[in-house]
Design a protein around this ligand. Structure first.
Ligand SMILES: *Cc1c(COP(=O)(O)O)cnc(C)c1O
Length: 391
């Protein structure tokens, strides 16, 4: 079945006359238990709960894991929901052997880079940043001069630079040397890109963004086809305790039902806005893999079913021009985060932790599902206002 259908149909309760169409919000910290617990029996809310499983089942189906067709297995679906995207990232990093070298995009989600740096300082791993769009450089880093990398961390498209990695080629190169491949697929969603199909070991999402889609919850998730890796991710969640709340997961599944409609509209809006911005006199540069002139275009067209709905804009006037643009919008919301139904924008390089190679005038736009003409009118007016503010 199409992922558009699975987003609606997966993770439903068994059909019973008079039964609930939707999974309920399950609020219990513990479960009745007598004698030796049976396989798949719930014990305690930190270890496993029916509150997580419908969402995990639906996400696993969307990522098209080998196990998805089997539905709920005794040890749960091959997706694992966490308290946040960062909790999922922390669990995935714990799969890297102690002291191992991790090859990572120099432009990745900034808190991922902070966590990697912190773990490197504690001697848990070594970090090697690369330009993820430069396939030869990434392959060389993965192979290493004297010792191969333990893991390849991919983000594609990257946050906030929208670089596109050659996922199939890089997964193959990493597996040649036995490196674990983790893909942060938050920007793409499973509708646009399915890294497990390219051979990645673990795919993860900040569910906060497109999957939940309404800017009302913070959640994360991992998905893997490998039962041993899945067991370790679940064990990490149980031991470290970064568990998702039942109501948040219920909201995320409710949001997931409209994923296809939201992503399709947001992508169409993003493509149209990127095209109009590219020809605008007050714009220095637009980064969007959907633009034919974008350096990531051919690669994205080959490996993705669309180009996502995040774009990078460098307005005229440097950081001052970018700040003036963000101050002038009325419909677009100045806010961090992305992937909600509402269009948001933010100037990057506002945070001390950001990579110094991110331009100071970069405004990241998360295009929502509003009418594109209203979005464009607001943006065009704000560009004109920003020009006035610079003059
Ligand atoms: C937001 C984001 C994260 C972190 O997720 P949280 O849910 O905020 O913890 C990780 N990766 C990417 C690409 C993100 O955009």
């Amino acid at each position: 079945m199409s992922p558009r259908t699975l987003a609606v149909s997966a993770g439903r309760p068994a059909r019973t006359p008079g039964g609930s169409l939707n999974p309920p919000v399950v609020l219990t910290s513990t479960f009745v238990s007598q004698g030796t617990p049976g396989a798949g029996e719930h014990l305690y809310g930190r270890i496993g709960t029916p509150a997580w499983e419908p969402f995990e089942e639906a996400l696993a189906a969307l990522e098209r894991t080998d196990h998805a067709a089997a539905g709920l297995r005794a040890d749960g679906p091959p997706a694992t929901v966490f308290a946040s995207g960062m909790a999922a990232i922390d669990a995935a990093l714990a799969l890297v052997p102690v002291g191992g070298r991790v090859v990572v995009p120099r432009h990745a989600y900034q808190v991922t880079l902070v966590l990697l740096r912190e773990q490197a300082e504690r001697g848990l791993l070594r970090v090697e940043p690369v330009d993820v769009a430069d396939t030869d450089a990434v392959v060389a880093a993965v192979h290493g001069s004297d010792e191969p990398a333990a893991a390849l961390w991919l983000e594609s498209p990257t946050n906030p630079m929208l670089e596109v990695a050659d996922v199939p080629a890089l997964v193959a190169a990493a597996h040649e040397v036995g490196a674990l491949v983790v893909v942060d697929s938050t920007f793409a969603t499973p509708l646009v890109q399915r890294p497990l199909a390219h051979g990645a070991d673990v795919v993860l999402h900040s569910v906060t963004k497109y999957l939940a889609g309404h800017s009302d919850v913070v959640l994360g998730a991992t998905v893997t086809d490998d039962p041993a890796l899945h067991a370790r991710l679940v064990a990490h969640r149980t031991t470290h305790g970064a568990i998702a709340g039942p109501f948040e997961v219920w909201l995320a599944l409710r949001g997931l039902r409209t994923l296809a409609l939201r992503v399709e509209r947001a992508q169409a809006n993003a493509g149209e806005i990127a095209r109009r911005l590219a020809g605008h006199p007050d714009v220095v540069e637009v980064r969007y893999p959907g633009l034919p002139a974008d350096p990531g275009h051919a690669r994205a067209a080959a490996q993705m079913d669309g180009f996502g709905a995040v774009l990078g804009l460098r307005p005229a006037g440097g950081a001052t021009g970018a700040d003036a643009l963000v101050a002038a919008v009325e419909l677009w919301v100045p806010a961090t985060s992305l992937g909600g139904v509402e269009s948001t924008l933010e100037r990057r390089r506002r945070f001390a932790t950001e990579s110094l190679t991110v331009p100071e005038d970069l405004v990241r736009l998360s295009v929502g599902i509003e009418d594109v003409e209203d979005l464009w009118a607001d943006l065009e007016r704000a560009l004109t206002a920003a020009r006035g503010a610079r003059a």
